[in-house]
Each structure stands twice: as C-alpha cells, then as structure tokens.
Write a protein that binds this ligand. Structure first.
Ligand code: DOR
Length: 437
C-alpha cells in the first residue's frame, strides 16, 4: 500500500513544541521523515487534505469501561474500541470492574487476546487492587505487573481498608506503576445519587457530599506520603479535591490526577428525575467545582483528561433515577464537549491536546513505544479534527452500545474527522475523501 500523507493541516504536537501548518507522512505504520524533494501527489501517496483541520497525536484515555468479559450487552472490546476511535482515541486503558474482574493474569491475558483480535486501536488493561474487588486481599501484584497491566484500580468501588491501600502503594513504589484511586468514602455516600445540596433537597433525591471524595483523597495522599507509592486520583470532581492534590504536589508527594469531560463541562443542573443519563459517579457538581477543575488542569495540578466511558444498556437506565446505574457513555462526545472550553477561551487548545495525548502517555510510560507524539519513527497514532464543525449529538447513532449520555440533542462544536491507529485509518468521517487509493 502507498504511504499516507496528511497534507496542509494545523499540526500540534506538544512533545516537540510544534504548532504550525505542515504535512505528516506515514509509512509502514510509523511516522516517516519528510523528504523535501518528494512529490506528495496522489500518484505516489494516499493523500488526506487536512486544510483547516487540526492534526495531533492520537488521544489516549487512561480510564474507560469496556464491560468484557461479562457484560457484553453493554459493550464489548470491539464496540468500545470502535467508539473510542470515532472519538479520536488511539489508546484506551480499560478498568477491571468486569465479570469476572481482572484480578489475575488469566483474565488480563483474555482481555489482551480479544483486544489483539478484535479491537481497532490499542487497548491496555488495568488490574484490580484487591481480589474480586472485595477490598479484602491484595491481588498478586507481581504477577499482574508481568502480565502487562498499566496500573491497578478497584474503580467503581473504593478500597476502604487503609492497610490494604498502604500495601498496594508499597508495591506501587517498587514497581513504578500507579494505584488508580476511586476516591470515595461509601459510608458518606450512603444511598446518595447526586450532588448533595439545595437541588438534591428540592428533587427529593439523596445527596453525595463533596466530603465523600475529599476524605478519601486526603487519606490516600497520606498513604502515598507514607509509602512513597504513586497515587493517581481518578475522576476528580470537587474543588476540595483539587486543593488537596495541589498541596500534596507542592509537598513532593507522588500523585497524578485526572478529570473527565463531563465533570469539566456539566453541573448538577443536568440532573432531572426523568434523566438517569446524568447520573454518574462521582456526581456532577457545581460551577464552582468546574472553575477549580479547569484552573487545576491549566496549572498542572490535574495532569490529564480521561473519559470514564461507562456504557450501560437502555434497559438498565430506563428505571427510576434512584435505581439507575451510575455512568455516562463518553468516548464520542469527549472532544466536542471539551472544545467548548477552548471556544469560550477557558482552556488553550495546546493545553487541551497535551492533556489528551502527551500527559497520559507519561503515565503509561514507554513499554508500548513513545505514545502521544508525532516524532519520526514512532507509531503513527494520529487524530485529525475540525475544531469548528458544529454537530448535534444523536445517541442513537453512537457506535458504542451505551447510548447513555446526558448530551443527547445538544449542539457541540468540534468533531473528529479521521483517526489513524498504527498507520491504519480506523475512523473516517463521511465528508473526508482519501485521494490516491
Ligand atoms: O459512573 C461511574 N460508572 N463511575 C464509576 O466509577 C464506575 C462506572 C461504571 O463502571 O459504570
């Protein structure tokens, strides 16, 4: 097959400080050097005209739920990876809260083998912290590390036992892999289903106080300090959480953190009794929290943006708000949602791209090549998007099996046009034509 050239796009690569119009050439799955003499015509190349489009490293998602094994009616590794590709992702890390959970090398190998056969992009598994996600006994972290997990998490459930968390962080220090912390004190959450405040009182729904997140972040930062382990706080959603992480970083504690597109852009007002698609954990909070999250992101207190793509079936969500499962299907709306911050002048475009590419790559490390960059010789993982294209979210058209988005019917500005994974076009908008094929 002829090499591919992405011609005349606005290339942004935070790892090399590139922010200019240019061409990217892809040959044999890798980014190739540009031979100044060569004629980049469709005779010699397959050509994508990227004029007016942004060309950047493929997005990397450190936190998603693919539901396989066990809940293939909600999502599979195949459908989840296709949905991610449509959202501009070329690497996704899947959480282990499957059935059975990914708490031993066999289940990790299972995910890896299905991913190798059926996924259209790179899928990297995360192992459990505790056996069966029960919070009682540590998994065999040495065996899981050997099987290639990129970190550990009991996501969906917190590790309530502080001693167990200490042990996990001890291993983390030795292995150099992160403990990805679902920071929630479920004794404070109780039967809460949304942000605790005036609105929850008015709706008559039990609330989740911000302290539910903050006390756990506080505890786990103390344990990270005690052990020297690497704590990664998943889906930070509160102003208090941002401040705790800020202080911890200033004090030299090894902590990184992520925020989701929905926590950066939506508040609790999206919650109505008739819309369980706005029910998510941690819950959507307030404008004050959003401001703190955006500032934290810009200042490097929060390192990355991760989707927490959490697909659920229609039947699961078609129940009373209180009974519905928590979670938002996030891959396909992530970029469009996040671009609203750029269009409003709240986040520079280059910062947004680094939080989706080079920063998550630092957390994964280099075992899978240098991800998240357009360096010559690296795997050609590339996202091309139109920053200004407006479109209306139609959940029924999601590639993901999970149609559970609170954004259904919303107009977004910013759309993925092409996703290239290891040199292969894995998603292409209908409006894009590749010349020279
Ligand atoms: O809303 C959520 N859904 N939060 C989580 O932490 C887990 C996730 C899921 O697995 O559905």
């Amino acid at each position: 097959m002829k090499p591919l050239v992405i011609h005349g796009g606005h290339v942004i690569d935070p790892t090399q400080g590139i922010d200019e119009t240019g061409d990217i050439i892809i040959s044999e799955g890798k980014i190739s050097p540009r031979d100044r003499e060569s004629d980049l015509s469709p005779t010699n190349y397959r050509v994508i005209n990227a004029a007016g489009l942004i060309v950047c490293p493929g997005f990397i998602d450190l936190h998603c739920h693919l539901r396989q094994p066990g809940d293939e009616d909600k999502e599979t590794i195949a459908t989840g990876s296709q949905s991610a590709a449509k959202g501009g992702y070329t690497t996704i890390c899947c959480m282990p809260n499957t059935t059975p959970p990914l708490d031993n090398p066999d289940t990790i190998d299972y995910v890896k083998s299905i991913a190798a056969r059926e996924a259209v992009i790179r899928v990297l598994p995360i192992g459990c912290i505790s056996k069966g996600r029960q919070g009682k006994e540590l998994v065999d972290m040495d065996k899981l590390a050997q099987s290639g997990v990129i970190g550990y998490s009991d996501d969906g459930s917190p590790v309530l036992n502080s001693r167990l968390m200490r042990q996990a962080l001890d291993y983390s220090r030795r292995q150099g892999l992160p403990i990805i912390d679902h920071a929630e004190d479920i004794t404070l959450t109780g039967d809460g289903v949304m942000n605790e405040g005036d609105l929850s009182a008015r709706l008559g729904l039990p609330g989740i106080p911000t302290a539910s997140e903050e006390v756990m972040i506080y505890r786990d930062l103390a344990l990270a300090e005690l052990t020297g382990g690497w704590l990664h706080i998943a889906h930070v959603a509160t102003r208090g959480g941002v401040e705790l992480i800020r202080q911890a970083k200033a004090n030299g504690i090894r902590v990184t953190a992520e925020v989701t597109p929905h926590h950066l852009t939506l508040t609790e007002v999206r919650v109505t009794l008739s819309n369980p698609n706005a029910k998510v954990k941690p819950p959507l909070r307030t404008q004050r929290d959003i401001q703190a999250l955006i500032s934290g992101l810009k200042q490097g207190v929060i390192d990355i943006i991760a989707t927490d793509h959490a697909p659920h079936s229609k039947a699961d969500k078609k129940v009373d708000f209180a009974q519905a499962p928590f979670g938002i299907s996030g891959f396909e709306t992530a970029l469009g949602s996040l671009m609203s911050l750029v269009h409003r002048g709240e986040l520079p475009l280059t910062t947004l791209i680094s939080k989706l590419t080079s920063e998550p790559s630092k957390i994964i490390g280099t075992r899978y090549g240098k991800l998240g960059s357009l360096n010559v010789g690296e795997p050609a993982d590339i996202t091309i998007f139109d920053p200004d294209m407006e479109w209306v979210v139609d959940a029924s058209k999601f590639v993901s099996k999970g149609k559970n988005t609170p954004l259904d019917g919303d107009r977004l500005k910013g759309k993925v046009m092409v996703t290239i994974s290891q040199g292969k076009i894995v998603y292409q908008d209908d409006s894009i034509k590749v010349k020279g094929i």
